[in-house]
Design a protein around this ligand. Structure first.
Ligand code: G6P
Length: 369
């Protein structure tokens, strides 16, 4: 097992550090930035189905559901196709409206999650075209779907999903870009810019991984906190949810993710000097709005840990701690902002003596209801 961990203390840490390579593996042969081409067999073969879709339904569970939420923002922005994202467990039991022209995308690392599999079967019965985004080759979901695109994250052993999440976002971004090109919903220059930016994301993820020491220092300060709040807006709202999920999964600290603007409708009541608040505040997002949210937290003495774009000055003045990630466009920022949150959870869990790779009560893959 020590050999399998490749010199890392835990599988989770190894998998966090694998992200630059596996993101590259995921887009290799599919993304040709210089030629302005994105090609994925499962999408090309079914292009008409995607282009004629009245809407796209996304179903998934856990971290994969968070990737689905990021995809909702990306698909609607790039392709103008309406998207709905739903927990597979809710979808399957609520007599959902599924029409023949619908495209359902099921996202699953393992390809074995029982609820997601059941949602797929239901959608197929109702005549939808079902597309899978799976990591495990030959898994049940990859076999049950009409077509799909694999993520090439390699085996993910840590129960808390890390590299599966970023590679899912990579695949979904490529699909959205391919459809946008066909539909003409992105300008030529934006399309090319996104391709170029996606191609250099692995190097930027490497830079984001260099925040490990800062994350460790911050973890030391907050490892005994009973609660933690994560806030983000737009593309980084799902990142807030995922950051909170990572923390609760492996450190057993109660954590909640919230859209930053919703804070005033509830969570703000929880803020006092004992409440750490992780705010995701990259420059390209709704920056000014997030800055005012940070001011609101500060005036209530909350402790602010901010994930910002490299070189940021405004948030640095307000926050107790900042973690810098490289600049990229808003739509691609989740691939970077999520990295320090993975590291933060990892270090807090280790410091609390938790079983990072196999947290209590959790399974890597939930194959029964
Ligand atoms: C379990 C795992 C999570 C995962 C979720 C969905 O809860 O612990 O890490 O996100 O299942 O799994 P899937 O394999 O369908 O992505």
């Amino acid at each position: 097992e020590q050999i399998e961990k490749g010199g890392y203390d835990h599988f989770m840490l190894k998998e966090i550090y694998e992200q630059p390579n596996v993101i590259k593996d995921t887009y290799r042969g599919r993304l040709h930035a210089n030629e302005g081409i994105i090609q994925m067999a499962g999408v090309e073969d079914n292009l008409e189905k995607f282009l004629n879709a009245d809407r796209i339904l996304i179903v998934a569970c856990g971290t994969s559901w968070h990737a689905g939420l990021v995809a909702e923002y990306i698909f609607e922005e790039f392709t103008r196709i309406p998207v709905e994202v739903e927990y597979a467990s809710e979808f399957r039991y609520r007599n959902p409206i599924i029409n023949k022209g619908d495209v359902l995308i099921a996202i699953s690392q393992s390809g074995e999650t029982a609820d997601t599999l059941a949602a797929i079967k239901l959608a197929k019965e109702k005549g939808a075209f079902v597309f899978g985004v799976c990591n495990v080759v030959g898994s049940s979901i990859s076999r049950e779907t009409h077509a799909g695109a694999y993520t090439h994250a390699g085996p993910e052993i840590g129960v808390a999903s890390t590299k599966a999440f970023t590679t899912q976002i990579t695949v979904l971004t490529m699909i959205a870009l391919r459809l946008a090109k066909a539909k003409g919903t992105l300008s030529n220059s934006d399309f090319h810019r996104y391709l170029q930016e996606l191609e250099v994301i692995p190097e930027k993820v490497t830079e984001a991984l260099a925040t490990n020491d800062v994350s460790k220092t911050i973890a030391e300060k907050f490892k005994d906190a009973p609660n933690c709040l994560y806030l983000g807006r737009g593309y980084n709202f799902p990142v807030a949810l995922e950051g909170a999920l990572k923390l609760k999964e492996i450190s057993y600290i109660h954590a909640e993710g919230y859209p930053a603007a919703e804070m005033k409708h509830g969570p703000i009541a929880l803020i006092d000097e004992l409440m750490p608040v992780v705010v995701i505040a990259p420059k390209q997002g709704h920056y000014d709005k997030v800055v005012s949210n940070i001011q609101e937290i500060k005036s209530r003495s909350g402790k602010i840990i901010a994930v910002v774009t490299k070189g940021d000055v405004q948030v640095r003045e307000l926050a107790d701690y900042v973690i810098e990630v490289p600049d990229t466009s808003d739509a691609l920022s989740p691939l970077l902002t999520t990295i320090p949150l993975q590291l933060l959870s990892y270090h807090i869990a280790v410091m609390r003596g938790c079983n990072v790779d196999q947290p209590r009560n959790l399974a890597k893959s939930v194959t029964v209801e």
